[in-house]
Design a protein around this ligand. Sequence first.
Ligand SMILES: *Cc1c(COP(=O)(O)O)cnc(C)c1O
Length: 356
Amino acid sequence: MSRFMRKEYDSIVPYTPGEQLNDKKYIKLNTNESPFPASPKVLETINQNLITSLNLYSDPKLKKIKEAIAEFYNVKPDMIFVGNGSDDVIAFAFMAFGGLGGEFCCPDITYSFYPVFADLFKANLEKIPLKDDFSIDVNDYVNKGKNIIIANPNAPTGLALTHDEIELIVKTNPDNVVIIDEAYVDFAPGVSVVDLVDKYENLMVTQTFSKSRSLAGLRVGFSVASKTLTDDLEKLKYSFNPYNVNTLSVEAAAAAILDRKYYENTISQTIEIREFTKNELIKRGFTVTDSKTNFVFAKSDKIPSSVLYEELRNKGILIRYFNSPRIDKYFRMSMGTLEQMKTVVNVIDEIIKERE
Ligand SMILES: *Cc1c(COP(=O)(O)O)cnc(C)c1O
């Protein structure tokens, strides 16, 4: 920090994104991106006369993308807030509902951006321990009396609460905002609570185009919530960056969400690949959580995950390893194509054999 920066920022530890290495070609399974290209409709849209309109500002109302999302979920466009990735949306939510001394809680093991936002916006964040099996104890959140943020399915554990468990949390905290981060929900059929936003004023669901819609580089995420909560985020957005989503992203994301067939096909493939990978790891004696996402979370008694991470990296495969309490025995591996995952399993066999 320079001597000019406010001392109040001393204690902030920024989020560490997964490595984006390009010293050689990797099988990249460390940031939960999709291995599939985006819908062909996305490229078509970008190619059409779009480039010619870049001299103009993007639409601050984000009408086109809001209408596309509204159609997909059968809600009103004024219940949708769109951000530059869902990180942007979640940041606005922390600012709006937790900023300047508000109260939030979340699981102790979850998306590591939440504590960063809490620090940045001066929210008090209570971290509630997961159970030993990494599941969330719903009772910890019933009648909590604080704002709540839960990733469902959770990361990096991959575990999901059911639709009814989430509803219980939302229903018993009517005077607080409950944010459900559904970054991975498309890989967990039946789990999303988007259908409840009309019923509960205090529920905000966030989702992203980064994982299930193969558009991580485009940076588009959104929330679906009551108009009241949505307007709160809009107020902050217009006080900070009214053009937070660029024109190409708006058009491309709208095209992507309207291409349901392509989306359903890549989702079902990813789920199959995940189940294949889980089974292959279980056959080899790994402990694997029941992940409902596009990644697996696992460990082996035969090889520490820190070593597996290093060895795989040397062999051109990137996974994620977290050197933090309770989960330091585990690794997280995003799902690649089926071919890639077959290769990875073979390489893991080689690595374990070399150590015997
Ligand atoms: C990936 C991820 C996000 C954010 O994704 P964006 O690319 O910013 O849309 C949010 N929450 C969780 C739990 C994630 O894994």
